[in-house]
Design a protein around this ligand. Structure first.
Ligand SMILES: [Zn+2]
Length: 299
């Protein structure tokens, strides 16, 4: 795979507005080796930088800065969601880092996108960024799992970790089918991904009485608190539909009674107690709860 001369064509599959920046097909620090994924960046420019312009960082991303010659990304994403096709060849964007399935040479194997911004997201970018990555994923045939933020490539960087819901949600948006599957008879839970169900569980967990289990020949058995050898249930132990429904009802009752949830504290407790690695996607969670409430109101 030499220069990505089909890059503009790939980007157009997103349906976004595209600007081809002159001579982009020949621009780069040599050829790409492959396209195995995407690294999402931001330019670290706030809204006060040349506020009337869509992509004021174009000059730097294309031509470089002192000590680092351009191109510094293959693509740019403007404030209004326009995509700038900058370089078909290798760009200096990733730096030292590593990703499973890709290795350590990010620049030669990962398309770099520099989004104009510094960590806050205009609605146009919220819509466009995952859509752009979805188009690249479809065209170059890499999985949504290989759409990463720069901070996932290297701990030296923080872009783009303010994406609402984090990169897990970003990837879910990249990988989401165009139309969501219809909910099944047992309600909205079945329409959620397992990570969304886990997030939902973690949200409502704090309202619920602690459950205790002992293990036996037929699997775990629920017992009263204080039973010898009993261990507390963790999110993953008990993640089933009935359990969730029970806890959602408890959460709604508590919310009606005026209770509020301290998500950060709950998450910290869960992680400390169970050694859990949980991704809590509050945006997806809130949407799921709202959707379900709306569904039950009309149904
Ligand atoms: Zn970056």
């Amino acid at each position: 795979m030499p220069y990505l001369t089909d890059l503009a064509q790939a980007v157009r599959k997103s349906g976004l507005r595209v600007v081809e920046c002159g001579s982009w097909t020949g621009r780069g620090h040599g050829p790409m080796t492959s396209v195995k994924g995407v690294v999402c960046h931001w330019t670290a420019t706030g809204p006060a930088v040349r506020p009337g312009e869509d992509y004021p960082s174009l000059g730097i991303v294309r031509d470089g800065r002192a000590g680092l010659p351009g191109p510094l990304a293959n693509l740019g994403l403007g404030r209004d969601g326009t995509v700038y096709v900058i370089a078909a060849g290798l760009a200096y964007h990733a730096g030292e880092g590593y990703l499973a399935g890709v290795g350590a040479n990010g620049n030669a194997n990962l398309v770099g996108i520099e989004c104009e911004g510094s960590g806050t997201w205009p609605a146009a970018q919220l819509a466009a960024y995952p859509r752009l990555c979805a188009a690249l994923s479809a065209h170059y045939r890499f999985p949504a799992a290989r759409v990463i933020g720069h901070s996932e490539w290297t701990s030296r960087k923080i872009d783009i970790n303010t994406w609402p819901g984090g990169m897990a949600r970003f990837r879910a948006q990249v990988g989401a089918p165009p139309t969501p599957p219809p909910p099944q008879e047992d309600g909205f839970l079945s329409a959620l991904s397992s990570s969304e169900q886990r997030a939902l569980f973690n949200r409502v967990f704090g309202f619920c009485r602690q459950r205790w289990f002992v293990t036996g020949p037929n699997g775990p058995r629920e017992v009263a608190e204080g039973t010898k050898g009993a261990t507390p249930a963790t999110a993953l132990d008990t993640l089933d539909g009935n359990y969730l429904v029970e806890r959602i009802a408890a959460a709604e009752a508590a919310a009606e009674a005026g209770a509020t949830i301290d998500h950060a504290r709950l998450a910290a407790e869960l992680i400390a107690r169970g050694g859990l690695k949980v991704e809590i996607d509050y945006a997806a969670l809130a949407k799921a709860v709202n959707d379900d409430a709306a569904r039950r109101m009309v149904g």
